[in-house]
Design a protein around this ligand. Structure first.
Ligand code: NFS
Length: 640
């Protein structure tokens, strides 16, 4: 199998081999053959009588020691993955809410409210009376109200959902009792000898996932906008070529924007820039990996060095003077790779330390001081580079990022008012087929970036507007899909017309993975705008994670299915060991939420299934055929 379709990554993989440095792909190979029981989800190690495994080819009544069958075991494993993912997103949300509270109370460290308009809008949604209150007083109330929702209902932002969806949630008992509360309940239900009914188990998982999507993730997004500013369309670049030979390179990696924002600010500090010059560098270059990169990219245009599978490769350029990590998707393998270079690796979260790696703990009240300390360390390390090991690929690509549910259609026709009318009208007229969200991780089991690129290209050639987040957005950014010009190179004619009129690329970057909540909001706005049905499940839209890796991806897919979206997920989330569970997730659940999973491994076939789903929804809405159906076919034929 080809390891990557990214040329810069390929060069670094070759360089790693030359240095005999092991990367994720080498470790992946040593793990083969994978345990088939584990891969199918039919290995149970929940209690100490196990591990038990069910033979997928054995008698259907086969059971584990306690009597649990494949359905129970698979369902329990699946929702424990949801709980892991929901916990990660939601704890991230809690950290942002805590940072907002800290800023509101004047706790120092340089943190302060940036977007007061959004603060007031959110306060209004939360039912907070703001008359006569100062910005900080409002921010305090908003932060406290959000923090409360971890323990108890209601999860305020669920009210953004269409009435029809809320009715479905009520009927199926899917309203979370609190963000944390549902995660705890998942752990309880899946303890030995509690819930055995696979449908009941899965619905509890969907409820926890909804608490993530409409709760923890959504408040992480909105409160980050309040603290650090709401994004607006911004130009930048992506890929390993953003690392500079003549500057101090600081790579921020992980997920939370708090420290990285401060590091970016520190990198512009006059004194530190002077210190960099004294050490022989032409400047201080901050770039990022994974979702921390995206938080900085969306709000300030800092470049993205790469996505999940690029993290070790960034160090192999030999020019990363310091990599500072916070939480999530940080490979333990980084420490070994950094050990082969001069790179200073720094952990910063009390939740994520690595043996033998320098730990500088992030504290809000000292945020500015810590950021300066980190930048200083990077500068000090610049002269320690091994000149013979500097090998930065030249590859970079231009991109436009910074789209949000609020700003996508703000500028159309000079109205400067957010309206989804142009989008809905384009879908109704058949210029656009629908909207697809292509999101999620990289996974060493499949060729790096290939799934994201192939699927997205197929979709836009068929007049589907694509919205993206996370590592998927970075994959397509590196390929050039996030440039407005790409509409004319590969989009269907109808989508080209929309991109030209609105002035957007055919692929819109909506942010990090917690910002998938922006996509939920955009879907609600499409329903509210009118003409495309009453519920998210009526819309000609679909979602996909073609290279899913993390438990967070499982949680995201589960809340999108729980919100009525047809969602392609690959590789499958270890459920295929139970025919009943697979059937429920890919069919039965549609009756409950209006959404369902599809476990198609081939990205092109996955795209075609999303397209077929959109066409089905268009038919149900009584919409006309596609305006430029034939031309779309031609574009695909000439571009592939
Ligand atoms: Ni999302 Fe972001 Fe990337 Fe996957 Fe990891 S970085 S939160 S989990 S790997 S997309």
């Amino acid at each position: 199998m080809k390891k990557t379709v990214d040329r810069a990554a390929e060069k670094m993989i070759e360089a790693a081999a030359g240095y005999s440095i092991k990367t994720v792909w080498d470790r992946h190979e040593t793990m083969e053959p994978r345990c088939g029981f584990g891969d199918l989800g039919i290995c149970c190690n929940i209690c100490l009588q196990g591990p038990c495994r069910i033979d997928p080819f054995g008698p259907s009544e086969q059971k584990g020691v306690c009597g649990a069958n494949a359905d129970t075991i698979v369902a329990r494993n699946f929702i424990r993955a949801i709980a892991g993912g929901a916990a990660a997103h939601s704890d991230h949300g809690r950290d942002i809410a805590t940072a907002l509270l800290h800023a509101a109370r004047g706790g120092g460290g340089g943190l302060r409210v940036t977007d007061t308009d959004k603060l007031k809008a959110i306060a209004g949604e939360l039912g907070i009376e703001t008359n006569g209150l100062s910005t900080n007083e409002i921010a305090e109330k908003v932060a406290l109200s959000c923090l409360e929702q971890f323990a108890r209902a209601p999860i305020s932002f669920m009210n953004r959902a269409p009435e029809a969806l809320k009715k479905k949630w009520t009927k199926a008992g899917l309203w979370p009792k609190g963000i944390d509360r549902e995660i705890v309940e998942v752990m309880h239900r899946t303890h030995a000898g509690v819930d055995v009914d696979y449908r009941n188990i899965i619905l509890a998982g969907i409820r926890a996932a909804l608490g993530d999507g409409w709760g923890g993730s959504m408040l992480a997004t909105d409160l980050s906008d309040i603290l650090f500013g709401s994004p607006s369309p911004i130009r930048s670049r992506a890929n390993l070529g953003v690392i500079k030979e003549d500057a101090v390179n600081i790579v921020v990696h992980g997920h939370e924007p708090t420290l990285s924002e401060m590091v970016a600010r520190a990198s512009r500090d006059g004194e530190l820039l002077e210190y960099a010059h004294q050490n022989g560098a032409k400047g201080i270059n901050v770039c990022g990996l994974c979702c921390t990169a995206i938080e900085l990219l969306m709000r300030q245009g800092y470049p993205a060095a790469g996505n999940f599978l690029s993290q070790e490769l960034a160090i192999i350029t030999g020019a990363v003077d310091l990599m500072c990590v916070d939480v999530q998707c940080i490979m333990p393998g980084l420490a070994d790779v950094a050990g082969c270079f001069h790179t200073e690796l720094i952990t910063t979260s009390p939740k994520a330390k690595m043996p033998g790696v320098t730990h500088i703990e992030f504290e809000e009240e000292k945020a500015q001081h810590i950021a300066h300390q980190i930048v200083r360390m990077a500068i000090k390390n610049f002269p320690n580079r091994r000149k013979d090991r500097i090998n930065i690929p030249e590859d970079t690509m231009d991109l436009v990022a910074g789209f949000t549910a609020e700003n996508i259609f703000t500028n159309l026709g000079g109205t400067f008012r957010s309206t989804y009318r142009p989008l809905n009208d384009a879908i109704i007229s058949g210029r656009l087929r629908g909207v697809a969200a292509v999101i999620g991780c990289n996974n060493a089991k499949v060729t790096h970036d290939e799934g994201h690129i192939a699927m997205t290209k197929r979709l836009i050639s068929r007049d589907v507007l694509v919205v993206q987040t996370g590592c998927s957005a970075t994959a397509c950014a590196k390929e050039g899909f996030l440039r407005p010009e790409s509409a004319f190179e590969m989009a269907g004619k109808g989508l080209q017309e929309i991109c030209e009129t609105v002035g957007i690329p055919p692929v819109l970057h909506l942010g990090s993975c917690v910002d998938n909540s922006r996509i939920l909001r955009a879907l609600c706005e499409m329903v509210n705008e009118g003409g495309l049905g009453d519920d998210i499940s009526d819309l000609p839209v679909a979602g996909a994670a073609p290279e899913a890796m993390s438990e967070k991806a499982v949680s995201i897919a589960s809340y999108t299915v729980g919100s009525g979206v047809f969602t392609v997920f690959s590789p499958p989330p270890r459920v295929e060991g139970s025919r009943n569970v697979t059937e429920f997730l890919t069919a039965g659940i549609e009756e409950v939420t209006g959404g369902k999973f599809c476990f198609e491994r081939d990205p092109i076939r996955g795209a075609d299934m999303m397209i077929a789903h959109m066409d089905e929804k268009r038919k149900a809405l009584g919409l006309s055929g596609m305006m430029y159906g034939k031309e779309a076919e031609t574009v695909e034929a000439t571009s592939s």
